[in-house]
Write a protein that binds this ligand. Structure first.
Ligand code: ZN
Ligand code: ZN
Length: 164
């Protein structure tokens, strides 16, 4: 009998890099090549509209950790109230949104559902609970913000803690 030996790794919040993903039809494929910074869901009305669902889910990574492996996503643009531009990238064939980037930011938000393996993705935070559908609010060990947080530091820390 072997003792004190771990045969299976406990289920971890991280996965070996690179992490592959892509659009619905397969024309756009990408690889995440750098460690994830954090994950969150957003219950704001815009995200509800955009997704046609209750919330959106983001996996935040360093911008140079996103490698387009196949296809040429279309770039759509919207302007925030403050004037900053947000670019969303969609498959030209099936229009799945794969990732978004705010102008000038060194991070990219990958749409969590476009990852090939979503089994490990858990949000460490939720935004805009003030406009959430009541049943969709996550209770328990998660950072909650009534609106948009101004400081992402707690999210980075929470992800690091949970990824240990
Ligand atoms: Zn597609
Ligand atoms: Zn939102």
């Amino acid at each position: 009998m072997t003792t004190g030996r771990t045969i299976c790794h406990p289920r971890s919040m991280t996965r070996d890099l690179p992490l592959p993903g892509g659009c619905n039809c397969g024309e756009v494929r990408y690889l995440i090549t750098q460690p994830i910074l954090t994950t969150y869901i957003c219950h704001c009305h815009l995200c509800q509209k955009r997704t046609g669902s209750a919330f959106s889910m983001s996996v935040v990574i360093p911008a140079d950790g996103f490698d387009l492996a196949r296809g040429k996503p279309l770039r759509t643009e919207r302007r925030l109230a403050g004037g900053a531009r947000i670019f969303a990238h969609v498959c030209p064939a099936c229009h799945s949104r794969t990732h978004t980037q705010r102008e000038g930011r060194k991070t990219v938000n990958v749409r969590a559902g476009t990852l090939d393996d979503t089994s490990w993705v858990r949000p460490v935070a939720q935004f805009w609970t003030s406009s959430a559908q009541p049943w969709a609010v996550v209770h328990g060990d998660i950072l909650s913000y009534a609106e948009q947080p101004t400081d992402f530091t707690p999210l980075l820390i929470a992800w690091r803690e949970q990824s240990k």
